[in-house]
Design a protein around this ligand. Structure first.
Ligand code: CTP
Ligand code: CA
Length: 219
């Protein structure tokens, strides 16, 4: 059913997807970020659109082409991403695939920091946890999908995130497994739900987009 583009099982549903990294400025030329390319999040957004959902893609800075026939909201920082998500809090399904920076520099210099003036230690402060906020404010019937990329204790860490953030599904991958992780076209994941853990065979990020929505929406 899901691979058929003639069926629109998500027609009438509003799906919000976050994708890519966030960037946290240190000064006008430098930032703190991570290796996320946005590939998995963009694939999920395209799958949602193809399944008939009214789709919003909230994206950090990536070098992928903006997909058509959906609302694309470009953001830079975690706080901007948080505002964009909060403005759409009444959606039916959220898939938070973005790699959000956990911290930001406490002070952002409005001029380029010169090496002669730079302290070797920069103070950071925590960013809002967008998924945790959605979990705390969860509405009846709403479905929340989170991601976890881990380098150790994959299932245990990911199940903890599922519970702490009140998710319906946690998609967990291990950075060190071949075919998973940053920039690849494939992924190797666990589907962790409150009831059980399921290990999926290695699959394309494109195909995984459909499977995630199928699992979350039960379509
Ligand atoms: N997430 C988020 N906002 C944040 C941090 C994370 O929405 N500020 C979301 C991610 O998009 C992902 C999930 O929470 O769907 C888990 O992110 P992850 O970084 O693995 O978990 P953390 O709770 O930040 O824990 P840690 O980085 O310490 O492993
Ligand atoms: Ca994190």
């Amino acid at each position: 059913v899901l691979s058929s583009l003639h069926d629109k099982p998500l027609a009438g549903k509003r799906v919000v997807v976050t994708a890519g990294p966030t960037q946290e400025a240190l000064d006008p030329v430098r930032f703190i970020s991570n290796h996320s390319t946005g590939k998995q999040g963009y694939a999920i957004a395209r799958a949602a659109r193809n399944l008939g959902a009214e789709t919003v893609l909230i994206t950090g800075p990536v070098s992928l082409a903006a997909p058509s026939e959906m609302e694309v909201v470009p953001v830079v920082s975690a706080r901007e991403m948080f505002e964009a998500v909060k403005a759409r809090q009444d959606a039916d399904i959220f898939v938070l695939a973005a790699a959000v920076s956990d911290f930001r520099p406490k002070v952002v210099s409005d001029q380029k920091i010169k090496k002669r003036d730079a302290a070797l230690v920069t103070e950071l402060e925590p960013n809002p946890d967008i998924l945790a906020w959605l979990g705390e404010h969860k509405r009846p019937g709403q479905k929340l999908v989170g991601f976890a990329m881990e380098t150790q204790n994959l299932e245990e860490n990911a199940r903890h995130k599922l519970e702490a953030k009140h998710c319906n599904l946690l998609v967990a991958n291990d950075l060190f497994v071949p075919g998973a992780g940053f920039g690849t076209d494939t992924n190797v994941v666990l589907f962790i739900t409150p009831e059980k853990t399921r290990r999926l065979e290695k699959t394309t990020k494109e195909d995984l987009g459909y499977r995630i929505l199928e699992e979350a929406a039960g379509c």
